[in-house]
Design a protein. Sequence first.
Length: 466
Amino acid sequence: MEYISTRGGAPALDFEGATLAGLASDGGLYVPREWPRFSSSEIAAMAGLPYAELAARIMAPFVGESLAYERLLELTTQAYGRFAHKAVTPLRQLDEQQWLLELFHGPTLAFKDVALQLLGLLFEEFLARSDRNLTIVGATSGDTGSAAIDAVAGREKVDIFMLHPRGRVSDVQRRQMTTVLAPNVHNIAIEGSFDDAQAMVKRMFNDRAMTDRFAIGAVNSINWARLMAQVVYYFAAGLQLGAPHRAVAFAVPTGNFGDVFAGYVAARMGLPVARLIVATNVNDILHRALSSGDYSQGTVTPTAAPSMDIQVSSNFERLLFDLGGRDGKAMAEQMAGFEATRTMQLTNAQREGAAALFQSARADAGEMAQAIRWAWEMCGELIDPHTACGLFAARAAGIAAGTPVVTLATAHPAKFPEAVERATGHRPSLPARVGDLFDREEKCVDLPGEYEAIAAFVAEHASPKP
Ligand SMILES: *Cc1c(COP(=O)(O)O)cnc(C)c1O
């Protein structure tokens, strides 16, 4: 499989190249040249497979020649063997129509583990083939950071620099990052928002002074391999609920548009998907874009669902590219316009293409709390505030009876205990596997939200290219 940039100005790469590159050199995002497609009978034949095997089957066409199937299966078996639930992403029924897909059974309690546990192994595998090393630079609104750090801590040939907005991640989220003391892990708390951090990371990918000296890699969902790994659980849920014979709707708590884009990919690959419901909190750029075609950056309001406190959704570009006829030149112009004015109108083709599969909803603080309470009082389930946005949207979506609606439960409730306790009176406890998180020493540097300061810190601590 070949990967091309959404902006048409970077060389095509194979899977190994796209995984190590992260962002394309023209500022675009890598997407597969075409979508692999499974027939109905091929999908039916996947029912009942163990998760690691399902994962290898779904990913094999994307990985192409970069890994032999047997090796891919070894890696998925190793990655998903670290999950605390044998089903990896178990489904739980809430009422006749509503379901939760629990994606938080990995080491750091959020869905980011599903992709990053595998990505860490892919980096190691590909780097071992040559004398290269990798300098990972990432921005996190909370959960990517800990999942990425867990996945690469102590690995040879990889350094990781993780930026988070100071004071805007939860205590559990911060400690899951800063208590990892491995020498290849560098936590940086910056003054500013997640969007500021993400903008600086993107700038570093395009800064020749840095990219000439360091092989800079990405763990954010701009890295295609992450989205690929997330396609798998849409199939897993669909198969359990009757695919390929019955379509399923998915409600997805959304920030950077990575997770829900994986659902779009699953649909393009042949999984019958009734609707994709994009759930945002009050940081609702995607809700506005999908409901009125107006993609305009607002200012970020901190909420109880910090991993969705985002006003620029990087992966939306992948959808717009695909819906707009895969015209890299037009996409580059559209994005240049957005970068200059912070506002952009979707074309008719993009609007109509999106409306065919997507709908959206926005949950405010009261609606999030209400959804948490409903899940607890009516179903006996504690859910986290991100999942609550999804469940609110799922219940408001007006999906026909008979079509199951699956809300992606993106984080464990114990990651956000205050919000859950406020809504229900019950404080979720941390699972034993995270251990003595609150007793461990922390390691983190504070830097101003200025690109030069971040670049200087990375340059001082990273290993240059050999
Ligand atoms: C990252 C994250 C999201 C948003 O996912 P995207 O792929 O960025 O849209 C939602 N919920 C939780 C708990 C997250 O960690």
